[in-house]
Each structure stands twice: as structure tokens, then as C-alpha cells.
Design a protein. Structure first.
Length: 229
């Protein structure tokens, strides 16, 4: 089952999408949210696979929500205006559907999202470089360019100073592939490049102005690795 969030302030459209999800069989609607700010809060605390996102919402528009998220689920933009198509793809939406939507068009968009979710990415290491498959492209990352890696459900995000790359993988798999002399897991959701640590204060690490919490079970291992007296 793929977890679905519907963000739609029109009750009729929201209910239609919910019925379509139930009809499809492999989609689980976690909840329906009608407010943009509430949607951002929910997404910051929960992991979902597919997001049906209305463009016009109270307090924060669908496009503003997409801009605000560091890590994106598979987004299907819902709109009454066909002119939003180019903007949808500009913000990496997997597809957009025009309301009112018929079920075959809904299913076509869902299948595109599921295909992306099921796309297995390869991660290979060679001579201090990491080759990752992200968004259908093979990207060559030097170890020194990686600041930290963040987990999100069945995906991980490689964070560099310039860009973020979303890859289908797990933290456990990465731990076995990354050199332990260079990278260390400091939280169930974070692996950091030891050389990029700027400051450790209380139970937090600062890397490139980003604050990363140190998990209790990882703190002693980190202190030992850093040879802190």
C-alpha cells in the first residue's frame, strides 16, 4: 500500500479523490487536509508516498508548499486551470490533473507516481566517488562534496552545498557501502561527513548552518570516533 495525502480545500474534489484512491486498491489515504499551512506541518512530521496537492489553498498555495519542502514525495498537482501545467513540472511534480478529474486520468497520474517509487536506484562506490541514480539520472558525487545524508521512509537525500539528491535506498544499506573513516551515523535519520562537522553543542551537530540532532544511541560512538577528551 502506498500512503497518500490529499490537500484539497474543496470538499467535493477531496471526497472524489478519496473515493478514487479507495477504488484503486493499493492507495491508503492517510488524511485529507484543507489548509496549506496545516499541510506543511503534517508533511514535516509524517512520511507519505504520494501527495495530491490543490493549487489554490487557504494560507499557503500548492506551489508555495512545493517550494517550502526540502524533500518531496511524488506530487500530483490538482488544478482547475490547465495553464498550471508548465509550473507543475518546473517544481518536479510527477503529473497534474485538471478538476473535475475522471478516473482513467487519475489512474494514469497514479501509475506514473508508482513507477517512480518503484524505480530502483543503484549506488556504487569507486575511487572515492559515489555514483547514485536520482530522478532517472546517474550522478557522480565526490565524498568531499557530501555534507550529510538524511533518511525519509524508503528514500535518502544526499545533501551537498549546491543541491540535494533523492535516492531510493535505506540507511542500513548506505552504512555498509560508505567508508566508516569518512562517514558516521549520528541519528536513525542522519549520516554525516565527519570532515564537514563545524560544531557540536549539547546534542546537536552543525554542518553548513544545518542543525542535526545526535541520537542518544549514537552519541557515545560519535564521541569515541572523534577522540573527544
Amino acid at each position: 500500500m502506498y500512503k497518500v495525502l490529499i490537500v484539497e480545500d474543496d470538499k467535493i474534489s477531496g471526497e472524489l479523490l478519496k473515493q478514487y484512491c479507495f477504488k484503486t486498491g493499493f492507495l491508503e489515504v492517510v488524511t485529507v487536509i484543507e489548509d496549506g499551512m496545516e499541510a506543511v506541518q503534517f508533511l514535516s512530521e509524517n512520511s507519505i508516498d504520494i501527495l495530491f496537492l490543490d493549487v489554490n489553498l487557504p494560507n499557503l498555495s500548492g506551489l508555495e508548499i512545493m517550494k517550502s519542502l526540502n524533500t518531496l514525495p511524488q506530487i500530483i498537482l490538482c488544478t482547475s486551470d490547465i495553464n498550471y501545467g508548465p509550473q507543475a513540472f518546473e517544481y518536479n511534480a510527477v503529473d497534474y490533473i485538471v478538476k473535475p478529474t475522471e478516473y482513467p486520468r487519475f489512474l494514469k497520474a497514479v501509475n506514473k507516481a508508482v513507477e517512480n517509487l518503484n524505480e530502483k536506484s543503484t549506488i556504487t562506490i569507486e575511487h572515492g566517488n559515489l555514483f547514485i541514480k536520482s530522478n532517472g539520472r546517474l550522478v557522480n558525487l565526490n565524498f568531499d562534496d557530501i555534507l550529510y545524508i538524511e533518511a525519509l521512509s524508503d528514500y535518502v537525500t544526499f545533501c551537498t552545498k549546491e543541491k540535494k539528491y533523492i535516492v531510493h535506498s535505506t540507511m542500513k544499506d548506505l552504512e555498509t557501502k560508505l567508508p566508516s573513516a569518512k562517514f558516521i551515523r549520528v541519528h536513525r535519520s542522519f549520516i554525516v561527513n565527519i570532515d564537514k562537522i563545524e560544531l557540536i553543542e549539547d546534542s546537536c551537530i552543525i554542518i553548513n548552518k544545518t542543525t542535526i540532532t545526535i541520537g542518544l544511541t549514537y552519541k557515545d560512538i560519535l564521541i569515541q570516533r572523534l577522540n573527544v577528551l
